[in-house]
Design a protein. Structure first.
Length: 300
């Protein structure tokens, strides 16, 4: 494995896809990423070349013996189908969150990856930020009484991005990673379609029956920010820690983690815990969606 190189294709050229190409072309010296070699990219648009990267067709990417890995950076709605196609073709997959827009699909894809003995890696850069690492340290060992995580952001096209519980799964991932397994107690959603406004509120209980609330709010001109209010027996935490940015970009950190998995350098325990967290969050996202759609039907 030491000298093994993994030919890589990037599928989809939005912001994430371009960041992926940049990082694949400039891996961190002596990092696991040096084992990834960019072979080309796939896009619906006809772009020809980006820097030194060559555009190739999807068919070529799936067929090529030189390509072992696909980085999937398409819109959320097409993640499921694209992951499935590359896994079936015997390629390892890195995909931006959410890996799918239904829990059932996510579980199925994970089974295919395991049958084919391929790495399926879901990017969760929100866990790699310095502010999050510091927040996790501050929360560690404290007894939660109750908490709220409130996210605001600009409008998303739901047909492409999926239901807010899926498109916003980064926030749910924070809560599960900080406080352990959660149970959905209720969830509602308010929409003002003419104003392009949406607010989803999900209520949870921790394993110790403590209440947590997640609010995902989007509308025109809303600033992208997260507000927290976590109360512990020892006091409340109302501001995210101020943390200097890491010298290593988030996508690069994620790419190094993925490359480590390819090289067999991540422990079985870590892989099992990560798989549980990812699938659990998708299960919860689906439950939230069902609660919201159920209450909408009653209310209309």
């Amino acid at each position: 494995q030491i000298n093994k190189m993994f030919g890589t294709v990037v599928v989809g050229l939005g912001i994430a896809g371009l960041a992926r190409i940049r990082d694949l072309m400039n891996p961190m010296p002596s990092s696991p990423s040096e084992h990834l070699k960019l072979f080309g990219f796939v896009s619906r648009r006809n772009l020809g070349k980006i820097n030194e990267a060559q555009q190739i067709s999807l068919e070529e990417a799936l067929r090529s013996k030189d390509i072992h890995v696909a980085f999937i950076s398409t819109e959320n709605i097409s993640h499921e189908e694209t992951i499935r196609t590359f896994l079936e073709a015997g390629k390892h997959v890195l995909v931006e969150y959410p890996m799918a827009l239904s829990a059932k699909a996510a579980h199925e894809l994970w089974e295919i990856a395991e049958q084919k003995d391929k790495v399926l890696h879901v990017e969760h850069i929100e866990l790699l930020t310095e502010e999050y690492k510091q927040l996790k340290n501050e929360v560690a060992g404290k007894d939660l009484v109750k908490g709220t995580l409130h996210f605001t952001g600009h409008v998303l096209d739901e047909k492409q991005a999926g239901f807010p519980a899926f498109s916003g799964i980064a926030r749910l991932t924070w809560l599960v990673d900080l406080f352990g397994d959660l149970t959905v107690t209720s969830a509602t959603r308010e929409e003002q379609k003419e104003k392009n406004y949406s607010r989803m509120t999900a209520h949870f209980q921790t394993a110790n029956k403590k209440p947590l609330t997640w609010i995902e709010e989007r509308g025109p001109g809303m600033r992208r920010e997260k507000k927290i209010n976590f109360c512990f027996t020892s006091g409340c935490l109302e501001d995210l820690p101020q943390a200097p940015r890491s010298g290593v970009g988030l996508f690069m950190q994620d790419q190094n983690l993925f490359a480590k998995k390819l090289l067999g350098q991540v422990s079985k325990e870590e892989l099992v815990a990560e798989k549980w967290r990812i699938l659990r969050c998708l299960d919860l996202a689906e439950e939230i969606q069902q609660h919201c759609e159920h209450t909408e039907t009653i209310g209309s």
